[in-house]
Ligand binder design. Structure first.
Ligand code: ASP
Length: 309
């Protein structure tokens, strides 16, 4: 069972809610079915009459647009604010709680991106409709992680036994915070944490049975891994531009690196990339990041239809 967390409502707040591989497989199966239906132009309109509210207090391309496309394809309607920090009454001093209570009267589900870690949980406490955490500051991004694991299944046919390197900003990168607990459900996964010493993976997200190994350098692990999961240095989380500049460009994956990677390995990235993956590798079949983004759409369709059914 998925522990939909604390209430009878199906909130998605943290990756640790997902505790059962069978439940994930069912979700991935549903995503596959919805993809096949979409390819035939025959997506069931199971969300007709529903309203999905997307409230984004931080920038987003894929998460917001894929949630909205997912909702529209399933027949729902969407109300959206992409610049909520400036555009909503939050800018006039309204609390997040009040905003959520108001949107409760307008929509059937809230997809929330907030700049504060824990923002989604604060919202869920006062919400009588489901809240989906679409990124809470440097906290978590559980639906990205579900899409990422779905991608591993699709690309490599399995998750168990994989050797996965998480590379880059592991301190502030919320997608990896959500990914690790889900990877921990599978047997014999090895995770290499590759980051500058200043950007190590926070201990609070390492409650996992996976034995973790930390590295500064990506070179030495390249030949071993099945998955190179690269992340952006999260510029917006740094106290000063200088601090960011010092770490920017810590890792740049290019054609030379790819030569050392196994033939059947894949390169993933939650996107957006800045300079950490050179575009020269985009045409390499191992570059899976655009397929990964597409998978996120179908996974989110599956989640919405599951939660609102
Ligand atoms: N799009 C992802 C996120 O919102 C990754 C990133 O921004 O670097 O967390």
């Amino acid at each position: 069972m998925v522990d939909w967390n604390m209430t009878e409502l199906k909130h998605i707040l943290k990756a640790e809610q997902f505790t059962d591989i069978k439940e994930l497989d069912r979700l991935f199966g549903l995503a596959d079915e919805l993809r096949a239906a979409d390819e035939k132009g025959q997506v069931p309109q199971s969300l007709a009459g529903k309203i999905v509210a997307t409230l984004f207090f931080e920038p987003s391309t894929r998460t917001r647009l894929s949630f909205e496309a997912a909702a529209l394809k399933l027949g729902a309607q969407v109300i959206s604010t992409e610049n909520a920090r400036e555009a909503l009454s939050a800018n006039k001093g309204e609390t997040l709680q009040d905003t959520i209570k108001i949107v409760n009267g307008y929509a059937d589900i809230i997809v929330l991106r907030h700049y504060e870690k824990g923002g989604a949980e604060i919202a869920a406490e006062v919400s009588e409709i489901p809240v989906i955490n679409a990124g809470d500051g440097a906290g978590e991004h559980p639906t990205q992680a579900l899409g990422d694991v779905y991608t591993l299944q699709k690309e490599l046919g399995r998750v168990a036994g994989l050797k996965i390197a998480l590379v880059g900003d592991l301190l502030y990168g919320r997608t990896v915070h959500s990914l690790l607990p889900i990877l921990g459900l599978y047997k014999d996964v090895t995770v290499y944490l590759v980051s500058p010493p200043q950007l190590r993976f926070p201990k609070e997200y390492t409650k996992t049975r996976i034995v973790l190994k930390e590295f500064d350098n990506v070179e030495e692990i390249l030949p071993e891994v099945d998955v190179l999961y690269v992340t952006r240095i999260q510029k917006e989380r740094f106290a000063s531009e200088q601090e960011y500049q010092n770490l920017k460009g810590s890792y740049v994956i290019n054609g030379e690196n790819l030569k050392k990677l196994k033939k059947e390995a894949i390169v993933m990235h939650p996107l957006p990339r800045v300079d950490e993956i050179s575009s020269e590798i985009d045409s390499d079949p191992r570059a899976a990041y655009f397929r990964q983004a597409q998978n996120g759409l179908y996974l989110r369709m599956a989640l919405l239809s599951e939660i609102l059914k």
